[in-house]
Design a protein around this ligand. Structure first.
Ligand code: ADP
Ligand code: TRP
Length: 325
């Protein structure tokens, strides 16, 4: 199966990104054809500082590589190195009903968060559809917040196929229920835009401080507690094995365990989980040339697929080949 996903370089990656999406990307790469990219065109919708943009892009690349992305096996590139996706996005936008985009919740959510209501933000799902359809993707592993965008992609693909004949594969989302929404330290969804994240590679003492600050209710230690309503338990679920998790669940229900104790265990588990990747991340920190090379090789492979798709699409629409190519 062809598995494709993208992640925006809009800030330091956090454990919500990791457990919600990246871990699945990395697991799926061994038995599938992985196509993963850094969605810099998408990040442009928030007008990032041009001086920091490239550094953010390289940071995402370094995080992925440190966490186990295998560039020999998986195609890994920077979205804007394959500019054909913007052409496809335009062509798709010509079959996309306005109502489909008006129903997307992410535009409204982002504007409510204070982002400028620019056209790119509104048309964002069409570019995402172009990313997915360009590479004939079967499966798109993402967090819950992206479900609607994959549904929109299927609708756009079906509409195009209906007008111009079978051209695109209809993709499916891959969302793990257990990690669909990782809570941040304030209890809302962990997100770069809420300033409530625990970054994957921030220093261990900072991780500890943040976990210890996580908001909880004020149930006394001796009282019985509901694990499913607890933000700390949600983090425990990410990194503890099944046996340990069952023990904690029992302790919550029996009462007698304080949130501080659970927080300390979460800190240990997060440290243990990410420690093996830290050294690689530090090596990559000073190896921008290698990282650029990986992205460049990935872009060449991605472009080869993109040019085949664009030929099909241009033929289907009657645009035909680019005459001076
Ligand atoms: P952010 O909200 O921090 O800007 P992105 O929108 O760039 O994160 O998300 C990148 C990927 O990580 C997406 O697949 C998204 O669904 C997933 N993701 C982001 N935050 C979470 C979270 N708190 N829980 C689960 N998955 C998440
Ligand atoms: N919109 C996604 C996010 O914010 C990033 C993204 C862009 C993406 N293109 C994609 C995800 C294609 C999956 C497939 O997380």
């Amino acid at each position: 199966m062809r598995v494709l996903s993208g992640i925006q370089p809009s800030g330091k990656l956090h454990i919500g990104n990791y457990f919600g999406a990246m871990r699945q990307h990395l697991q799926l790469q061994s038995e599938n054809e992985g196509f993963y990219f850094i969605a810099d065109y998408h990040a442009l919708t928030t007008n990032p500082d041009p001086k920091q943009f490239n550094e953010h892009i390289l940071d995402v690349a370094k995080d992925y590589l440190a966490l186990g992305l295998d560039p020999e096996k998986t195609v890994f590139w920077r979205q804007s190195d394959v500019p054909e996706v913007t052409e496809l996005a335009w062509i798709l936008s010509c079959v996309t009903p306005m109502g489909l985009l008006q129903r997307c919740t992410s535009f409204k959510d982002k504007v409510e968060q204070g982002l400028s209501p620019v056209h790119g933000l509104f048309a964002y799902p069409v570019l995402q559809a172009a990313d997915i359809l360009m590479f004939n993707s079967n499966l798109v592993p993402v967090g819950q917040d992206q479900k609607q965008h994959i549904e929109v992609t299927r609708d756009i693909a079906a509409k195009f196929n209906n007008i111009y004949g079978e051209t695109f594969v209809l993709p499916k989302e891959h969302i793990l229920k257990s990690v669909a929404v990782v809570p941040g330290i304030d209890g809302r969804k962990m997100s770069k835009s809420y300033d409530n994240t625990i970054e994957i590679f921030e220093p261990e003492n900072k991780v500890k401080k943040k976990v210890m600050r996580i908001v909880t209710d004020s149930t006394p230690v001796e009282d019985t507690k509901d694990p499913e309503a607890c933000n700390i338990f949600a983090l425990l679920k990410l990194a503890a094995d099944e046996g340990e998790l069952a023990e904690w669940e029992q302790k919550y229900r029996d009462g007698g365990v304080g949130y501080g104790t659970v927080k300390k265990r979460v800190v240990e588990l997060l440290h243990e989980y990410f420690r093996p990747f830290r050294q690689k991340r530090e090596e990559l920190a000073n190896n921008a040339d290698y990282v650029e090379q990986v992205l460049c090789n990935g872009a060449a492979k991605a472009r080869a697929v993109a040019s085949e798709t664009m030929k099909r699409v241009r033929d289907a629409t009657g645009l035909g080949d680019v005459r001076n190519a």
